[in-house]
Design a protein around this ligand. Structure first.
Ligand SMILES: [Zn+2]
Length: 415
């Protein structure tokens, strides 16, 4: 991933680090450490909405969510192959005593393999889709770290789909569909699909036959879609489909990914009882719909210039009473918004013009203005952050409209 290491220039037109500071989305503190940003309340509110959306999308698609710890026994990562093939990207082993050593995990797959083999499995359970938004760690060099785009503590939207070999094609196609649904809601505009293959000079597991088989399955899934092939970009255990994005400076990186793995099921001796009563080995499909929360938000901040779709905007409605006489009505409307599940705040100080501009500068999608005329008629006047003004409408109708747009995960501000 050649483009990933490059550091954004300070004078880029749209730099998520500058916007992240201005909009108080996240904070980089030297005491926290390079590549270890802190999500501030506004950024956390947006991320929380995205996490809930993705979890619900997955739940409806038959995924089961788990929690697993971000560190595990050294032996787990020897078994998974990470210590043999991926150690350069991992933090050093943590040693409590000679026979008690731990690893900050660089991936969630080993724990999910343990979920699979926590009990016997039948073909009737497949595809078994185990999902988690989980923490993992990469020992990135400090020189390549910047904002959220490249970090050392990663929160990955991850899942491992255990399938019979014959199910892989349909499963990959279904994942591609889910990725496109999520991208549409988030306002992600992918730059293209990439089939990432083995390349010279890297370490890979498994034999040629396995790789050929996996590559053919992914090629089939991509048929009809435009894609490029990239040698040397595969995972060490198998080929993958990567969905690429461009950052504000036009540099490419991977956001969503689908990887085929015949190796870990063998290493962990995973099996299921097939329809004839025999034992068969499942295939493991590693997939991420939207990548890590960190890289996703680095991208979303830049592509939207901080003006997120209303459903994950940190503050969705700012209520602006024209004068002190409208304060009570404004507070009542704010409370109604909060009861309807919206993130709303009241701003009463300063001139109305300055407050409307301030709301737009903070990328708040809706400013709800209440003057004497609106209050006497039970209405609010909506001003959108892009400058559009909506004719005053009955307060409950305005609230229903905004709540409807939020519930639909629309990227538009009006129906
Ligand atoms: Zn994995």
């Amino acid at each position: 991933m050649a483009a990933e290491g490059s550091v954004l220039q300070e004078d880029d037109m749209v730099d998520h680090r500058r916007l992240g500071r201005e909009l108080e989305l996240f904070h980089a503190d030297p005491l926290s450490g390079a590549g270890l940003p802190i999500w501030l309340p506004a950024g956390a509110a947006a991320r929380h909405s995205v996490e809930e959306y993705v979890r619900e999308l997955e739940r409806r698609a038959g995924y089961q969510h788990v929690y697993s710890p971000p560190l595990g026994k050294r032996e787990l990562f020897e078994l998974s192959g990470h210590l043999g093939y991926f150690a350069d990207d991992m933090f050093p082993v943590l040693r409590l005593s000679a026979d008690d050593e731990f690893v900050l995990r660089p991936a969630l797959c080993p724990h999910h393999a343990l979920v699979y083999r926590a009990r016997g499995r039948s073909y009737r359970e497949l595809p078994l889709r185990i999902a988690e938004l989980g923490g993992m760690y990469r020992s990135e060099r400090s020189g390549v770290l910047g904002g959220l785009s490249r970090v050392r503590a990663i929160s990955l939207n991850d899942a491992h789909n255990f399938c019979a070999v014959g199910q892989v094609g349909a499963e990959v196609a279904e994942i591609l569909d889910l990725i496109q649904v999520a991208h549409a809601a988030l306002g992600v505009r992918p730059a293209g699909f990439r089939l990432s293959l083995r390349g010279p000079g890297e370490k890979y597991l498994g034999d040629d036959e396995m790789w050929q088989h996996a590559e053919n399955l992914l090629r089939d899934a991509l048929s009809g879609l435009p894609y490029v092939e990239a040698a040397g970009e595969a995972a060490f255990y198998g080929p993958k489909i990567d969905i690429q994005i461009l950052d504000g400076a036009g540099r490419e990186s991977t956001i969503s990914t689908i990887q085929l793995d015949f190796d870990k099921p063998a290493r962990f001796d995973l099996s299921y009882t097939d329809s004839s009563g025999g034992r068969s080995r499942p295939v493991m499909v590693h997939r991420s719909l939207v990548g890590s929360m960190e890289r996703l938000f680095a991208y979303l901040i830049e592509v939207h210039s901080g003006a997120f779709p209303a459903w994950y905007a940190p503050v969705q409605v700012q209520v602006l009473p024209v004068g002190p006489e409208q304060l009570d009505a404004a507070e009542a409307f704010r409370r109604d918004c909060v009861r309807a599940g919206l993130r709303a705040e009241l701003v009463g100080d300063g001139s109305l013009g300055a407050r409307v501009r301030g709301a737009a500068q903070r990328r708040v999608p809706y400013a709800a203005v209440l003057g004497a005329r609106e209050v006497s008629s039970g209405q609010v006047a909506l001003r959108l952050r892009d400058g559009r003004a909506v004719e005053p409408m009955a307060a409950p109708d305005a609230l229903r409209m905004i709540a409807g747009i939020v519930a639909a995960h629309s990227v538009e501000l009006l129906p």
